[in-house]
Design a protein around this ligand. Structure first.
Ligand code: CDP
Length: 220
């Protein structure tokens, strides 16, 4: 029988807005499967780049997409993507090259379509693995992937603060440039979501804001 208390939490927001750290913390607190869809777009980008495909080469992108299969490896509470049976090392998906190419690839409708059902299928993966729900983070989770999610949050922060966070992590990133490429999706996922400005909040404060309504629902 389907678990009636199974919950889906959608967290959208721009680059370095605090989505990953807060989603991971929520997944631990409430025993939710965590799906970082940015890592899915990054892994696919790495795979396309490995094959010598560029974002302007649409026939090459389509051919590569039709040859790749997507499966999931659940590691701890994390739903990691496997491309044709293999995972891509974290160092590669966070590399400056992948970071520079991911938004242009993610803007291609065929790329988004290729990951759509896969992302929706993570709810079943969570159920099969006895999680209490799913927390999925990205850019279009509350708008396209799970518009009926139980909770829809949108995190944002001042661009200067976001650039500082990336620098502190020792990562090269042009957060403002990626946000421009992602802007339409960001606008759509903002509609109807609970907005949280994380500029002056600590991670613990962001998590408390997100966790309060979830805890209330699960206690009801
Ligand atoms: O680096 P950050 O955590 O902010 O970004 P990410 O979540 O790793 O996502 C990397 C890129 O993937 C974004 O800049 C988007 O272009 C794309 N993306 C997307 O288009 N849709 C999603 N649901 C998630 C990511």
């Amino acid at each position: 029988m389907a678990n009636p208390s199974f919950i889906i939490v959608a967290i959208d927001g721009g680059a370095a807005s605090g989505k990953s750290s807060s989603s991971r913390t929520l997944s631990e607190r409430f025993h939710l499967l965590h799906a970082d869809t940015g890592s899915y777009y990054r892994a696919l980008t790495a795979e396309l780049l490995r094959g010598g495909v560029t974002p302007t080469d649409l026939p090459g992108v389509k051919a590569a997409l039709s040859a790749v299969s997507f499966t999931t490896r659940v590691t701890g509470r994390s739903a990691e993507i496997e491309l044709s049976g293999h995972t891509i090392p974290d160092a590669e998906i966070r590399s400056a090259e992948v970071t520079a190419h991911v938004a242009p690839f993610a803007a291609i409708p065929e790329v988004r379509a290729a990951l759509l059902d896969y992302q929706r299928g993570q709810a079943d993966t969570a159920r099969k693995n006895n999680f209490r729900g799913l927390v999925m983070e990205g850019r279009d989770i509350g708008s396209k992937i799970f518009p009926d999610a139980d909770f829809r949050f949108f995190l944002f922060a001042d661009p200067v603060e976001r650039a500082r966070r990336r620098e502190q992590q020792g990562l090269q990133d042009q957060v403002a440039k990626r946000d421009t490429l992602d802007s339409q999706r960001l606008q759509e996922s903002l509609q109807g979501a609970v907005l949280i400005d994380s500029t002056h909040l600590t991670l613990a404060q962001v998590v408390e804001t997100l966790a309060a309504p979830i805890a209330a629902r699960l206690a009801a």
